[in-house]
Design a protein around this ligand. Structure first.
Ligand SMILES: *Cc1c(COP(=O)(O)O)cnc(C)c1O
Ligand SMILES: [Zn+2]
Length: 409
């Protein structure tokens, strides 16, 4: 059933074409690779009617995902709620606001469940029995969970100073978890060396070409959940920058396939000020980013040398879009605001998305009268540490009615 013909280099395509394999950079220019799809055939095969009749998970768009056989991992992943956020819209003065809530994704409560589902389905096709990743946290959770149910061995590398909940939420699955005394960029470099001497499939390294495509399902779902309509504006937080570029790609694919009308969709980036190589480049009009040493509570976004940073910058510049960054305090405020208005407890990364959105509404980069979708990528239960001293504590009383009646609210 495959609609993928080959892999091509993003930077020098279509000149260089590669066989489908565990290859992630171009031999010629070291640029990132991308699967090449036979869109003509997809256009003939894939209809809204066909998609609508399929189970409500990310694989309902399987023709647009880079696997050759039926999917084997992630059969319950995706199709997370798109929420009409009227309360928050009122506070922000926005006409039509939606929250795509991947904080309730399956199995591990973040958008990473999508990319891992694709990477591991592909790993199984390619014959790997051992997989792994270099992670800022959510990827570790997802690779551990998905590899457990897929009966794959896995080696999961994380910075040793991650949030307790993210470490526990990885270790519970009984896989090999390696905490490295270093930041993500150092963990990633180590993993590149590890797979050099082992025949393993690392989802965000040698399987990255396939992995990254899983992010497109966020965009397909948003369009379908809006009634097969492309939104005008989307805000996405960025670590490597991959999710942002792939959501944009997904909307354009739907337009090209004739499944939605072109709405000149614009996508906006969001980063934490303590790790904002992409946003800083965009705000300053630089053509590329300067790597940074991350220092932020948004640990899931703490990539100082982002693999898709250049792609993200080029895209945001090409479409005349923008990107913002917010301080740790602004992140916490935004997490609280989302919880208090919409009943959604997001992790620090979601605070980054909302915090940056508020800034871009204030400085006029985003038009309040156009419909706006915020992509909330992770769950607040995983990043509670920064909230502990910022949240109203419960009233503690003895089980006596008069003590309850005496509480001053
Ligand atoms: C990984 C991650 C992102 C961003 O991913 P990239 O594709 O690397 O930009 C966003 N939000 C959360 C919660 C994540 O874990
Ligand atoms: Zn190339």
């Amino acid at each position: 059933m495959s609609f993928v013909t080959c892999l091509k280099c993003i930077d020098c395509s279509p000149a260089c074409e590669f066989e489908k394999q565990a290859l992630y950079v171009c031999d010629d220019c070291f640029g990132p690779l991308e699967p090449s799809y036979d869109y003509e055939r997809i256009k003939e095969e894939l209809t809204i009617d066909k998609i609508s009749k399929r189970p409500k998970n990310m694989w309902r768009y399987k023709e647009l995902l880079p696997i050759d056989n039926e999917p084997t991992v992630g059969m319950n992943t995706g199709f997370t709620p798109l929420i009409k956020a009227n309360n928050l819209a009122e506070v922000l003065g926005v006409k039509n606001l939606y929250i795509k809530n991947d904080g309730v994704n399956f199995p591990s409560l973040s958008f990473k469940d999508r990319v891992v589902a694709v990477a591991l389905s592909k790993a199984i096709e390619l014959g790997f029995d051992t997989v792994g990743c270099a992670s800022t946290g959510n990827l570790a959770n997802s690779v551990a969970a998905h590899s457990a149910s897929a009966k794959l061995n896995s080696f999961i590398f994380i910075p040793s100073n991650l949030e307790e909940a993210k470490i526990l939420g990885t270790s519970i699955y009984g896989k090999n978890v390696i905490g490295v005394n270093g930041n993500y960029d150092e963990v990633n470099r180590l993993c590149t060396e590890v797979i050099g001497s082992n025949k393993w499939g690392f989802v965000n390294i040698n399987l990255r070409t396939y992995y990254a495509e899983g992010s497109k399902t966020v965009g397909y779902e948003i369009a379908e959940q809006l009634g097969w309509k492309a939104p005008k504006n989307i805000v996405v937080c960025m670590a490597s920058g991959s999710l942002l570029t792939k959501i944009y790609k997904s909307i354009n694919e739907l337009v090209d396939l004739g499944l939605v009308e072109d709405n000149q969709t614009k996508i906006y980036g969001a980063q934490a000020s303590g790790c904002s190589p992409i946003s800083t480049a965009v705000k300053n009009g630089w053509e590329t980013f300067k790597p940074v040493k991350p220092d932020t509570i948004a640990k899931s976004l703490a990539i100082g040398n982002p693999a898709d940073g250049l792609n993200a910058i080029n895209l945001l510049n090409d479409i005349n879009s923008y990107s913002e960054d917010v301080s740790d305090d602004e992140i916490v405020s935004a997490m609280k605001l989302l919880a208090e208005t919409e009943g959604i407890f997001t992790e620090t990364a979601g605070g980054v998305t909302l915090g940056c959105t508020i800034k871009m509404l204030e400085n006029g980069k985003i038009n309040k009268d156009e419909d706006l979708v915020l992509v909330i990528t992770g769950n607040g239960l995983k990043t509670q540490d920064p909230l502990v001293n910022n949240i109203k504590k419960p009233f503690i009383i003895n089980p006596k009615l008069d003590e309850f009646n005496k509480i001053k609210y």
